[in-house]
Design a protein. Structure first.
Length: 382
């Protein structure tokens, strides 16, 4: 089921009201209900991108699955994310292979090595959970670090790098999800229009958007019920599907097509990002790329009694200082967003600060990823 609600633009709805809105103290770094977390005081500077004429290359070998469906977990390698946020010291060259299922390594002892292609270090061999075992990858790609994607429950700890962070595995490298490939591709098409620009928060049509499936987390079911009540007067956009689908956001699957999805994010002041199987989701990155401010609840963002046993402990550790909207509970979404809309100038400012934070965050984690990949493996004494 898809529910879409579009009422009035922000400016028109504010002009109809006579209430006096309170302002958020954007200089307060404490995380309290209805306020923004993170450094939003205006003293941060956007990092300068670096360029390099170096011929150093990190080779990335993506293992294909037999069902031939695109793997969203590989999106960060198929978009421009690594190129945009990389340090400039390395190029990234991506290859798609099926070696882990077909190479002679299947017939060998895992401690032996068989190389049916000349993979050169630095490199990583990447597998969708649980398609290729780390032993098989190390056999096929003896010069490479190994990485696992799609491991939303952090159940595999024997790869070198993972796509979902967990404080339980501090020695593993980490690479964030980044925007999903289909959304990123649609975004690039929209950017080609001569009229394209990232709208300020103050001129956006929707107070917030809520686009998700209910089946991946009980909290989403409650949020969906909350959003479908009839007593809301804010201009919002909701598209809520009953079931998660592997080909989601495609026509015919009860989801928005990627272009409509990105158009909505580009016109939303806030974007709700309820946790699914894992608190980290593509929507967080897609929203910020589109200039929309993500909204979390504390139970998803921080360690609480409810999630302290999740195997992906501190899944959003890297987001603790992000200038995003943090609520105590989803019940607060309407009154707090309505109050924040009373200061559109402040919303424009936080939108800018979020872009600066995101740029710095992505540059930092991609550089750490580069450093981890090029670091030589620790030799085991004989």
């Amino acid at each position: 089921m898809v529910v879409i609600v579009s009422i009035l633009s922000l400016q028109s709805i504010l002009s109809l009201r006579n209430e006096v809105y309170s302002f958020v103290d954007f200089d307060d770094d404490d995380v309290i209900a209805g306020q923004f977390s993170g450094d939003i005081r205006g003293d941060a500077e956007s990092p300068t991108s670096t360029s390099s004429n170096s011929n150093n290359t990190i080779f990335i070998y993506l293992q294909l699955t037999s069902d031939s469906r695109p793997n969203p977990g590989y999106s960060i390698f198929k978009t421009d994310t690594l190129h945009r946020f990389g340090s400039g010291r390395y190029n990234f060259q991506v290859h798609e292979n099926a070696d882990c299922g077909n190479s002679a390594c299947n017939l060998l002892d895992p401690n032996q090595s068989f190389t049916d292609h000349h993979n050169l270090a630095p490199c990583i061999a990447v597998s969708k959970r649980p398609y290729c075992s780390p032993d098989l990858l190390r056999c096929s790609y003896p010069n490479c670090k190994t990485m696992i994607t799609n491991d939303e429950f952090c159940s595999r700890n024997n790869y070198d790098i993972r796509g979902y962070y967990s404080a339980n595995y501090p020695n593993q490298g980490y690479l964030p999800l980044g925007p999903r490939l289909d959304a990123w591709s649609a975004f690039q098409l929209l950017r080609q229009s001569p009229e394209f620009f990232i709208k300020p928060a103050s001129t956006r049509k929707y107070a917030f958007s809520a686009i998700f499936s209910k089946s991946t987390n009980p909290g989403r079911e409650y949020l969906a019920t909350l959003l479908q009540r009839d007593n809301n007067t804010l201009p919002i956009y909701t598209a809520i599907a009953d079931q998660f689908n592997q080909i989601y956001r495609n026509h015919g699957e009860g989801q928005l097509n990627p272009q409509t999805y990105m158009e909505v994010l580009l016109d939303s002041v806030f974007t709700l990002t309820p946790a699914g199987h894992n608190p980290e989701c593509y929507r967080m990155y897609e929203a910020i790329e589109a200039g929309s401010i993500p909204v979390f609840v504390k139970g998803d963002l921080y360690i609480t009694e409810q999630n302290m046993n999740h195997p992906c402990l501190e899944a959003l550790h890297h987001w603790y200082d992000a200038p995003v909207l943090v609520l105590d509970a989803w019940d607060e979404i309407f009154p707090i967003v309505e109050r924040l809309l009373g200061d559109l100038v402040a919303l424009d400012e936080i939108q800018k600060k979020l872009g600066v934070w995101y740029d710095g965050f992505m540059r930092r984690v991609v550089r750490e990823f580069e450093d981890f990949v090029i670091e030589p493996p620790v030799s085991t004494p004989e």
